[in-house]
Write a protein that binds this ligand. Structure first.
Ligand SMILES: [Zn+2]
Length: 356
């Protein structure tokens, strides 16, 4: 079970709207939290936000721990004569998951408007196979002019509304954007935990922008941080509700993500992750993914960076109704603290030497 404080933080970060390229509201929140814990802010021109806590050791190695700020969503493409909005997707979204959903549009001044995605009534035969191009986003406007008068313009952010809800006495949680507010939450929890602990390395904690459209923020911020080792926090798609695969079971512990489309994992780091989980008696499961994470960009930075993912799985990611297991979150936190406590220059050099 998570504490009240942890639940409050998860609610806060899942309910802020942040799609690729429009992460500023969430970035501002993360920045303020990192400053609260005494970290010095490091950023770049795309908008990723990290904080650094320097080691007292001279020329200490750099460790980067982070999630991504952005969630999948939409932007306004055009408004038609009836006042319906057609959209462009930001990131991978299945149109089937949107019919009759409540959606939220953010105007330039930050005002939020609530609307719905139109669905065909059963009286008229129900819905076939919708594509994003044919969905009407209806915010109650009576015409194109009406929408313009209200301040709607091309490019504004829309997300599917997914309130934060505690399920089954706190065993599970339902909300939008656990991919990847799990990572944002975990990064902030690490900043809180290590705020007053001396470490033998410079610790960079934070979150990237534009992961969902191709790891773009991770690419640029790696040039600023230049990490010796990176741990990427992300939320992977569970399989326990869609297939008989053993990989990706909610509640079965952290994911040892050995393979995905963007990185072949470093075996030495996977072993370190497994040993760390065993040391704090946390269950783990192997996981392969047809997707990728920021690790895909970070491990290719400069001459290559030792990179490990530290993920949990959630059901129905990239929808407004994703579900996570709170014991997975608790366990992921335990293992991450253990790894960060035991990492040092020697270990990093050994991991590096294994490849040379
Ligand atoms: Zn993600």
């Amino acid at each position: 079970m998570l504490t009240k404080r942890e639940l409050k933080l998860l609610e806060k970060v899942t309910q802020i709207d942040a799609i690729p390229g429009y992460e500023h509201e969430l970035a501002r929140f993360v920045k303020a939290e990192l400053e609260k814990y005494g970290f010095t802010i490091v950023s770049d021109n795309l908008g990723s936000v990290f904080g650094v806590k320097k080691s007292v050791a001279q020329n200490a190695p750099r460790i980067m721990v982070g999630g991504h700020l952005d969630e999948v969503g939409f932007t306004v493409r055009e408004v038609n004569e009836k006042g319906f909005i057609r959209v462009d997707a930001r990131g991978g979204v299945n149109a089937n998951t949107l019919l009759a959903s409540r959606v939220r549009l953010t105007l330039d001044d930050g005002t939020k408007l609530i609307g719905s995605v139109g669905a065909t009534a059963p009286h008229y035969g129900g819905e076939g196979n919708p594509t994003l191009d044919t969905l009407d986003f209806d915010f109650g406007f009576i015409s194109k002019e009406d929408a313009a008068k209200r301040g709607v313009r091309v490019g504004q952010m829309i997300v599917a509304d997914g309130p934060f809800t505690v399920l089954n006495d706190g065993k599970r949680l339902l909300a939008k954007a656990f991919d990847n507010r799990y990572g944002v939450f975990m990064a902030l929890e690490m900043a809180r935990h290590f705020a007053n602990i001396d470490l033998p390395y410079d610790l960079y904690i934070g979150a990237t922008v534009q992961e969902e459209v191709g790891l773009r923020g991770a690419t640029t911020i790696s040039n600023v941080i230049n990490p010796d080792l990176a741990i990427v926090l992300d939320c992977s798609p569970a399989r326990d509700n869609i297939s008989s695969s053993e990989q990706g079971q909610l509640g079965d512990g952290i994911l040892i993500r050995y393979l995905d489309r963007s990185m072949i994992a470093f075996p030495e780091l996977l072993t370190f992750q497994e040993k760390s989980a065993e040391a704090v008696k946390v269950p783990y499961q192997y996981f392969h993914s047809p997707g990728g994470t920021d690790a895909g960009a970070i491990h290719l930075h400069a001459a290559g960076v030792l990179t490990l993912t530290h993920c949990i799985c959630a059901r129905s990611i990239h929808t407004a109704a994703s579900i996570v297991d709170t014991s997975d979150i608790k366990n992921a936190k335990k293992v991450l603290i253990r790894m960060l406590k035991t990492l040092n220059r020697d270990k990093i050099n050994k991991f590096k030497a294994a490849r040379r």
